[in-house]
Design a protein. Structure first.
Length: 119
């Protein structure tokens, strides 16, 4: 069953700090788009209202929405049979290439050490 955008957001926010289990491509990419939209909106609002309070609010909101991004990223990597720690590869610039490839790969069609197959 395909998830809608809002169903994916609901799942990600419900599993806010759940780094175990598996996540579908849809769940990951929908939350990633949400994260980008919020980030762009925050950047625009700070440029309009340049104050220390708006900077602090932007920082707090970024932290709040980034934690589930790493959690769903970890679950997404689990879904293809990789450790969630592979997200750290993005600390090197070239590491984005294999990470994006892995995040876009189809789900493994059998159970693995990270959980049962997703429906």
């Amino acid at each position: 069953m395909k998830q809608t955008f809002f169903q994916s957001l609901k799942i990600c926010l419900k599993k806010y700090v759940t780094f175990s289990g598996r996540a579908s491509r849809t769940e990951f990419w929908h939350y990633y788009v949400f994260w980008l939209i919020i980030g762009l909106a925050l950047s625009s609002s700070v440029r309009i209202n340049q104050s220390i309070e708006s900077e602090m609010l932007r920082l707090i909101i970024n932290i709040i929405i980034t934690i589930p991004l790493f959690a769903v990223g970890s679950r997404r990597l689990h879904d293809i049979g990789k450790s969630g720690w592979w997200q750290l590869i993005q600390l090197s610039i070239i590491g984005y290439i294999p990470l994006i490839y892995w995040l876009a790969k189809p789900s493994v069609k059998e159970s693995n050490i990270y959980g049962e197959i997703l429906e």
